[in-house]
Design a protein around this ligand. Structure first.
Ligand code: ARG
Ligand code: ZN
Length: 873
């Protein structure tokens, strides 16, 4: 069935309190739920219908009295009381669940012996019958009982109110959460876990206990996460005035988890990949990932928990906003330009691809079949861009005032996107009606810019045109409101004042394109300026300009906006790469671009730039970027060759400079994960990789030496990756060595799987297939599946999209094998097929055949069926 936003109705029944009594058992956990129900005063009298999912009902009482069997109907998926009382009453429901058999990892399940829960979006109904929708908010008290030897640690949301021993080996704990919350934020954990503890003093001087629970022996790897947590708590106070609101904040790391982490009130549950790190087991990127996910989940305490979503169509209300907040946090902790470039690269790689294919949907979808399939780059990352644009439109101070109003007005409520945007409209006095289209219209707007300089009149004119292509269910689109931050550079690269007298289309340095076409003139221009537009990527659009190679060279060298300096280099390289792909397809050879090499040399030589920024500038657009730009009839092998040719050219022509940089950045300091040190390692490792792209043996020797000598995972992994990517001699020995060094550490072995799955070599599929039988591999662990099969399907353009279709066949088989156990994981993997229509006929035909094969398979989960049907539509 299709659920539609336009069908929203307020709940018939409300729940004031929930008392849960959970008796943990590996295969037969008994759950007693006492719900204080009352009719919703704004709704008309109605039957009581509670959701379930695979539940077995043991007993049912109304106000303490067993219900007559003919007064209710209980199926695994639903509990209906056709004629409930007209006023408030309590319902006592006893259910039985099997956590060990729960391989979906939704509801109550076990991960390495630890009982844990995942209730977002609709997992609570797998624990007990409930009005499992986010606009039903209640106060929860949770009593957990378990064997002391199996589960000495018993946790739930809120504050601990009681605990003690029982007969035999049993014990119990009672937790009370004083804050109203929707069921998706419920959590409990039971297990034999170690913990690290710290404290945080809030801005009003309350002391909060902080605990991170991990498996015994892993305490030493939780320190960075704890540090990130304390910095997140401080930052939310300083940047948004948000204080923590319980006596304790807990994080539990588990090794089987479908997503990154979950913001359950006071009890975040994390994929251990986003908690555990030490210099010799985690890369700089892992540390950065931990910092941002810890922050993200913590920030949900206000944006998601205190103010939650009215319904799941509003998912971006909490996710887009919270991604925006974690991005801002990282920008303040590290380098703002570097963070912005990294986020835009990710947005283009994941969201732009989604937006241009069959799975495209608005930031706020209007309909869904399976909500789990909407935890997407569009809802999260584009959702964040939309919030960022509000800030660009109304300015920093009014943005903060709008956030303050949102917190004040909607605290304790389940809100909508309209209510959120209304706060900014009110504080700024700006009409946000047209802006709302960013939430409703799918697809990436394309803006074409034509520039003209009139020497006589001394005017510079920019003509802009926006288009938005049709997406599924949306054939016609209306003009978007697109804020384009801009500047005009003189011939020395200095910013000129922006003087535009005609109309209000420019506010501060932001040009607002709100019509299909717009022309803006700038007067008093003594010479032709160079336009720098969409500075800082102020709008998530595709930009086409008539700027020349020389214009981009000037921007790359001088733009005061670092994002556009980087972008100028990317655009130049992309133009070259596209041209070379065309040449290769007609049997020609790639050409070189002297200006690009010169621009890169200048960047590499610029002592005023951060190493992390230089590293980003030296990385040519990815294969996916090139494929996206080409858009149709794609031949991935030509893309790979064109990109390799450019890297080789850079490696040869800047060999001396790269070698010099490599030596200069070689450090004897002990490892530290801080951003500046990480930036130096990033640049040094990019230099190494470009040198190796030449295929010259001294570079391979250097990589082998770096592999052996490294005192940290970043450098060891980078060296290994260079050896594997360039198929260097010694790669097999290094891979074996890596495995034996880290065999005990699952998160590191995930890297070993990923690296092999990402190799562009034609033997990769055979290797990946063989690795599925490796003793360390398991189809039941999401991290392992993503590391091997996910990396192959999502991250290896040429080998997944092999001309013979064998890559598709392998991934389709894996999807069908996983689906019965873990539908969310299978559906996620299946999204790798979303680009199938963009390939040349041969691959397109093969990919479609495998998608059809999946679709015709009996008994598909709703998750997988939804993705495959939309991909084929
Ligand atoms: N709310 C979580 C986060 O963004 C994501 C959990 C989603 N889980 C799911 N099964 N859909 O931090
Ligand atoms: Zn989130």
């Amino acid at each position: 069935p299709v659920i539609r936003l336009s069908d929203y109705q307020a709940p018939d029944w409300l729940v004031d309190t929930v008392h849960l009594d959970v008796n943990l058992h590996p295969t037969a956990t008994r759950v007693r739920a006492v719900l204080a129900l009352r009719p919703n005063p704004t709704a008309s009298p109605a039957a009581l219908v509670l959701e379930g999912d695979g539940l077995a009902l043991i007993s049912l009482k109304r106000d303490g009295v067993p219900l007559a069997p003919d007064s209710y109907v209980a199926t695994p998926d639903k509990l209906t009381i056709a004629q409930p009382p007209h006023g408030p009453f309590t319902l006592e429901i006893e259910t039985l669940v099997d956590p060990t058999a729960n391989t979906q990892l939704s509801g109550l399940y076990r991960s390495s012996g630890t009982w844990c829960t995942q209730c977002e979006a609709e997992g609570f109904r797998r624990i007990t019958y409930f009005p499992d929708r986010p606009d039903v908010m209640a106060i929860y008290t949770t009593r957990i009982e378990a064997d002391k030897s199996e589960a000495p640690v018993l946790l739930a949301n809120g504050n601990l109110v009681e605990s003690g021993d029982l007969d035999g080996d049993r014990h119990f704990a009672v937790w009370h959460d004083p804050h109203k919350k929707p069921s998706y934020l419920f959590a409990l954990v039971g297990g034999d876990l170690a913990c690290v503890e710290d404290t945080f003093t809030t801005m009003s001087s309350r002391e909060v206990t902080l605990r991170i629970y991990v498996e015994h022996g892993k305490e030493g790897r939780a320190g960075y996460a704890m540090d990130a947590l304390k910095r997140s708590m401080r930052w939310d106070e300083e940047a948004f005035g948000r204080e923590y609101d319980l006596d304790i904040f807990m994080i539990v790391a588990v090794s089987d988890f479908n997503m990154g982490a979950m913001e359950n009130k006071g009890l975040n549950v994390f994929n251990d990949k986003y908690v555990l790190a030490s210099g010799d087991t985690a890369t700089d990127a892992d540390f950065a990932g931990i910092e941002s996910v810890i922050a993200h989940e913590y920030f949900h305490n206000w944006t998601g928990n205190r103010i939650t979503c009215r319904d799941w169509f509003q998912l971006c209300l909490k996710e887009g906003l919270t991604v925006y907040r974690d991005q801002e946090f990282t920008s303040d902790m590290r380098s703002r330009p570097v963070k912005r470039i990294a986020d835009v690269r990710n947005l283009r790689a994941a969201q732009f691809v989604e937006d241009s294919g069959p799975l495209a949907h608005p930031v706020r979808p209007a309909a869904y079949k399976e909500i789990n399939n909407f935890y997407t780059a569009t809802v999260y990352e584009k959702g964040s861009e939309v919030v960022r644009m509000i800030g660009t439109l109304i300015g920093h101070d009014q943005f903060r005032a709008g956030m303050d109003l949102y917190f004040e007005r909607h605290d304790g409520e389940a809100a909508t996107v309209e209510q959120f945007v209304q706060c900014f409209a009110e504080v700024s006095g700006r009409d946000m009606t047209q802006f709302m289209r960013w939430y409703a219209q799918a697809g990436t707007p394309e803006v074409t810019v034509k520039t003209r300089y009139d020497e006589e009149k001394r005017t510079y004119t920019i003509s802009l045109k926006q288009t938005l292509a049709p997406t599924p269910g949306q054939p016609d689109k209306e003009a978007m409101l697109i804020p384009l931050r801009m500047g005009l550079l003189d011939k020395n690269g200095k910013d000129l004042p922006i003087i535009n007298a005609q109309d209000g289309s420019i506010v501060r340095d932001v040009l607002i394109l709100d019509k299909p076409e717009l022309t803006v003139a700038f007067d008093g221009m003594a010479e032709r300026p160079v336009l720098s537009i969409n500075r800082g990527f102020s709008a998530p659009i595709k930009l086409v300009t008539d700027l020349t190679g020389a214009d981009f060279a000037l921007l790359a060298r001088h733009d005061s906006d670092p994002f556009n300096r980087w972008q100028a280099l990317q655009t130049t390289a992309l133009r070259l790469l596209i041209d070379n792909v065309s040449r290769l397809r007609v049997g020609g050879v790639p050409r070189a671009d002297d200006h690009l090499i010169a621009a890169l040399a200048a960047i590499l030589d610029d002592a005023g730039l951060e190493p992390a920024f230089i590293a980003l500038c030296l990385m040519p657009p990815g294969e996916g970027d090139i494929a996206r730009e080409i858009g149709r009839d794609i031949d991935p092998d030509k893309i790979q060759r064109a990109r390799q040719a450019l890297r080789e050219d850079i490696g040869i022509r800047l060999g001396a400079e790269l070698s010099h940089a490599y030596e200069r950045l070689t450090s004897s300091e002990p490892y530290s994960p801080d951003a500046a040190s990480a930036g130096r390692r990033a640049l040094r490792n990019v230099a190494l990789d470009l040198m190796a792209a030449t295929g010259a043996s001294p570079a391979f020797t250097r990589a082998s030496e770096q592999y052996a000598a490294a005192d940290n995972m970043t450098d060891r992994m980078a060296a290994l990756s260079t050896l594997v990517q360039h198929d260097a001699p010694g790669r097999a020995e290094a891979l074996d060595d890596f495995y034996s060094r880290y065999a005990e550490n699952a998160l590191v072995i995930d890297k070993w799987f990923s690296l092999q799955a990402s190799s562009p070599h034609k033997s990769t599929l055979d290797k990946v297939r063989a690795l599925t039988s490796h003793p360390a591999f398991s189809m039941g662990n999401p991290n392992r599946v993503r590391a091997l099969i996910g990396a192959f399907a999502h991250g290896n353009l040429t080998q997944f999209n092999r001309a013979d279709g064998a890559g598709y066949a392998f991934v389709a088989d894996a999807i069908l094998e996983i689906d019965p156990k873990n539908p969310q994981l299978a559906a996620r993997l299946a999204t790798a097929f979303r680009t199938w229509r963009t390939f040349e006929t041969g691959r397109r035909t093969l990919a479609e055949a495998h998608l059809r094969r999946i679709r015709s398979h009996g008994g598909l989960s709703r998750d997988l069926a939804d993705i495959v049907e939309r991909a084929l539509a």
